[in-house]
Ligand binder design. Structure first.
Ligand code: MSP
Length: 606
C-alpha cells in the first residue's frame, strides 16, 4: 500500500507558523537607542508582514543578486541565477503567481574604472556587459520575468524616493567616515577585518581578510545612516524568524555578527571621487553608496514607491555567502527605517572554486558558463550545478566530475530507463500499455516481489520529499532522492527481465505490459519533478510519454492510479513520436583514460 508521506507540507500550517513568528516579533522587547522612535514603526511593519502572510500565500517573488558589469559572467553567477530559476519554475508548477527578478548592478567606482580601462563611456560599457548577462541567461533558460539595470530611470526614481524617506525620518545625517574601504567589494571594513599581503609586484598592501581584495584608507565627509539604531530590532527579527536566513549555518553567522559592534554606515561618497552613480537628492556633490543603490533594485522591480506591496510582501532573496552582510544586516535595517516589510527568506549559497580557489579573473581560473554549456548542453550544466552545489559548503569544479555525473545519472540511468520501456522489441505498439492488477497483486497469481512494493512506496512519497527540499533550496537533496528512485526503477526492470517474457503467452504479455506501465509511470513522475532543474530534458521526456503541457503541474502528479484501481488518463495512449536519445553520453579523453582495462581486453580478444 502507498503510505502518505509525513513530510508533505501543509500550506495552512506554514501560514500559521509565519503568523506566529510575526506575533513573536510584535511581543519582543526593543532596546535600541532609537526604540521609542521606532516602536510605532515596528508595529506597522509587523502588521503589514502579517497581513500578507495570513492572506495571500499564492504570490511569490524571487530575486537573484544583480550582477556587477565590470567583467563577463562566470559559472558562479550562473549558479545564483539557476537556483532562483529553479525555485521560480517550481512555484509556477505549484500554481503560484511568481515573479522572478534579475539584472545588472552598474554604478560604482570599479565599474567607472573598468569602463575607463576599456576605453568606453560608462553607459556603453554597462550596456555591452549587461547584454552578455542577458545572452547567457536566455541561452541557459533562465526564465526571469524582470530584468533590471540600475542605470534605468525607474530605478533612479525609486532610489531617490527611498533616500528621501530615510532622510525625512532623521535616519541619515551628515558626518565623516574614516576607515578601510575595498573598491572591489564596495565595502567598509573594521581594522580586525583587514590583513597584510603583497601585491603582484611584491609591494606590501592591506587586504580584506574575507575576500582577499585590496583595501585603502579613506577619509571623507559624507552622509551616514543610523545603522547602530537597528541592532536590537534585527536581533528580534531573526530570533522570531529562525527560517529567515537559510541554511541555518548562515543564520547563526548573522546572529554572531549582531553580537558585535554595529557602527553607523557611510551611505554616500564625494562626487569628486565617484561620478558614476546616483547623486544624493538635494546634495549633488555627493553620490549615493552603491550598495544602497543596488539593494533598492528589489523594490524597484516590485513597483516601488507606489505599487510594490503585492510583490514586496512575498519577497525571497537568493544571495552568495560573500554578500550576506549587505542583505542580512544593511538591507533589513534600511527597510525597517523606511517602514517596509522585511524579506521573507534570504537563501544563501556557497561558492564554486577551481583548484580550491574562488574563481577570479586575476587568478585566471574563471569557468565560462556559455562555453561549457556548449559541451555539456544547458540542461547538463544546470543539472551539474544543482546536483553538486551544496549551499552550506564550497564546491570545487572539475570537468571530470561533470562528465561522470551527467553520463551516469542523465545518460545511463534516466536515459537508459526510457530506452528500456520504449524499445520496439518490448513496446511494438508504442503505447502506454495497460496495468494488470492481478499481475501486481500480493495474492496468489501476482508476480511482483517485496522490493517492487518498496519501490512503489518510494516513488509515491518522492514528490513530498522533493517538495521539502525544493522549498528549503536543498536542490541537491531533491536530485539525490530522484536519482535513487531512478536506480530503484532500473532495478525493478532488471529484476523482472521483461525481454525474457513470452509475448505469445497472454499471462506473460499482461505482466510485460504491467512492467512497462509501472516504469512509464515512474518516469512520468521523475520528469515532472525534474522540470524546474532540466526543463528541456523534462519536456522531451514528457512529450515522449505523451503527457500534454496541461498535464504537467504538481497537481497532476498522481502516481500509478491503476494500482489503487482508479483510472489512469495515459493508459492506452500513443507515445510521442520523438524516439531520439534523451541525453547523449559525453565523451571525454579523461573519462576514457579511466577505462583502460576494458580497452585492453577488447584489443586482446580481437
Ligand atoms: N552586485 C553585487 C550584488 C548586489 S545585489 C543587491 C554582487 N555582484 S557579483 O556579480 O559580484 O555577484 C553576484 C552573485 O554571484 C553573488 O551571489 C555572488 O555570491 C555570486 N558569485 C560570484 N562568484 C561566485 C562563485 N565563485 N561561486 C558561486 N557564486 C558566486 O555581489
Amino acid at each position: 500500500m502507498f503510505i502518505c508521506s509525513p513530510m508533505m507540507k501543509n500550506p495552512l500550517l506554514s501560514v500559521v507558523r509565519s503568523c506566529k513568528s510575526v506575533q513573536r516579533l510584535l511581543q519582543s522587547p526593543a532596546s535600541s537607542p532609537l526604540s521609542a522612535l521606532l516602536t510605532k514603526r515596528r508595529i506597522i511593519i509587523s502588521r503589514s508582514t502579517s497581513s500578507h502572510v495570513c492572506k495571500d500565500d499564492k504570490i511569490h517573488y524571487i530575486t537573484t543578486p544583480i550582477f556587477y558589469v565590470n567583467a563577463s559572467p562566470h559559472l558562479g553567477h550562473l549558479y545564483s541565477a539557476v537556483i532562483a530559476d529553479c525555485l521560480h519554475r517550481y512555484k509556477l508548477l505549484r500554481g503560484f503567481n511568481s515573479k522572478f527578478a534579475t539584472g545588472t548592478d552598474e554604478h560604482g567606482l570599479k565599474i567607472q574604472q573598468a569602463a575607463e580601462a576599456a576605453g568606453k563611456d560608462p553607459l556603453t560599457f554597462c550596456t555591452d556587459v549587461s547584454q552578455s548577462f542577458k545572452h547567457l541567461f536566455s541561452t541557459c533558460n533562465i526564465s526571469y520575468t524582470d530584468f533590471i539595470r540600475t542605470t534605468e530611470q525607474r530605478h533612479r526614481e525609486a532610489v531617490e524616493h527611498f533616500w528621501s524617506v530615510l532622510w525625512n525620518k532623521g535616519l541619515i545625517y551628515k558626518g565623516s567616515y574614516e576607515g578601510w574601504y575595498s573598491t572591489q567589494d564596495e565595502s567598509f571594513l573594521t581594522p580586525s577585518q583587514v590583513g597584510d599581503a603583497l601585491d603582484s609586484s611584491g609591494k606590501e598592501i592591506k587586504v580584506s581578510l574575507e575576500s582577499g581584495h585590496k583595501v585603502e584608507w579613506m577619509k571623507e565627509e559624507n552622509y551616514m545612516f543610523r545603522l547602530s539604531a537597528f541592532q536590537s530590532q534585527l536581533l528580534n527579527w531573526l530570533r522570531g524568524n529562525p527560517a529567515a536566513i537559510q541554511p541555518e549555518r548562515f543564520y547563526q553567522t548573522v546572529l554572531q555578527w549582531l553580537q558585535e559592534d554595529l557602527p553607523d554606515l557611510s551611505v554616500s561618497r564625494q562626487r569628486s571621487r565617484l561620478q558614476w552613480g546616483i547623486p544624493v537628492p538635494g546634495y549633488p556633490e555627493q553620490t549615493i553608496y552603491v550598495w544602497l543603490d543596488a539593494l533598492v533594485n528589489y523594490l524597484t522591480v516590485a513597483g516601488y514607491p507606489e505599487k510594490h506591496s503585492r510583490w514586496w510582501n512575498a519577497a525571497h532573496h537568493i544571495v552568495g555567502k560573500d554578500i550576506l552582510k549587505f542583505h542580512a544586516i544593511y538591507w533589513p535595517s534600511f527597510l525597517l527605517g523606511a517602514e517596509l516589510p522585511l524579506p521573507q527568506t534570504i537563501y544563501v549559497h556557497s561558492h564554486w572554486t577551481v583548484g580550491g580557489k574562488k574563481m577570479s579573473k586575476s587568478l585566471g581560473n574563471v569557468v565560462d558558463p556559455l562555453e561549457r554549456s556548449q559541451t555539456f548542453t544547458t540542461d547538463g550544466m544546470r543539472y551539474f550545478l544543482l546536483r553538486q552545489g551544496v549551499p552550506d559548503t564550497d564546491c570545487d569544479y572539475t570537468e571530470d566530475k561533470v562528465f561522470k555525473l551527467l553520463n551516469s545519472e542523465l545518460a545511463d540511468s534516466l536515459g537508459g530507463l526510457l530506452n528500456r520501456c520504449t524499445a520496439l522489441a518490448l513496446n511494438p505498439a508504442q503505447v502506454y500499455p495497460a496495468f494488470c492488477c492481478q499481475s501486481f497483486s500480493r495474492d496468489e497469481g501476482g508476480r511482483a516481489v517485496a522490493e517492487d512494493y518498496h519501490m512503489l512506496d518510494a516513488v509515491k512519497n518522492l514528490p513530498a520529499v522533493v517538495e521539502e527540499h525544493y522549498e528549503s533550496m536543498h536542490v541537491y537533496k531533491a536530485l539525490e532522492a530522484i536519482s535513487a528512485c531512478v536506480r530503484q526503477t532500473n532495478g525493478f526492470v532488471q529484476r523482472h527481465k521483461p525481454w525474457k517474457l513470452d509475448q505469445k503467452d497472454s499471462k506473460d504479455l499482461r505482466w510485460l505490459d504491467t512492467i512497462i506501465h509501472v516504469t512509464l509511470e515512474c518516469l512520468r513522475v521523475y520528469a515532472m519533478l525534474l522540470q524546474p532543474v532540466v526543463p528541456e530534458i523534462s519536456n522531451k521526456l514528457l512529450t515522449r510519454l505523451g503527457v500534454q503541457p496541461a498535464e504537467r503541474s504538481w497537481a497532476n502528479m498522481n502516481f500509478l492510479p491503476r494500482y489503487q484501481e482508479k483510472d489512469c488518463p495515459f493508459e492506452g495512449r500513443k507515445l510521442g513520436s520523438d524516439s531520439g536519445v534523451l541525453f547523449n553520453r559525453l565523451e571525454s579523453r579523461n573519462v576514457d583514460k579511466q577505462k583502460p582495462k576494458k580497452t585492453k581486453k577488447a584489443t586482446k580478444s580481437r
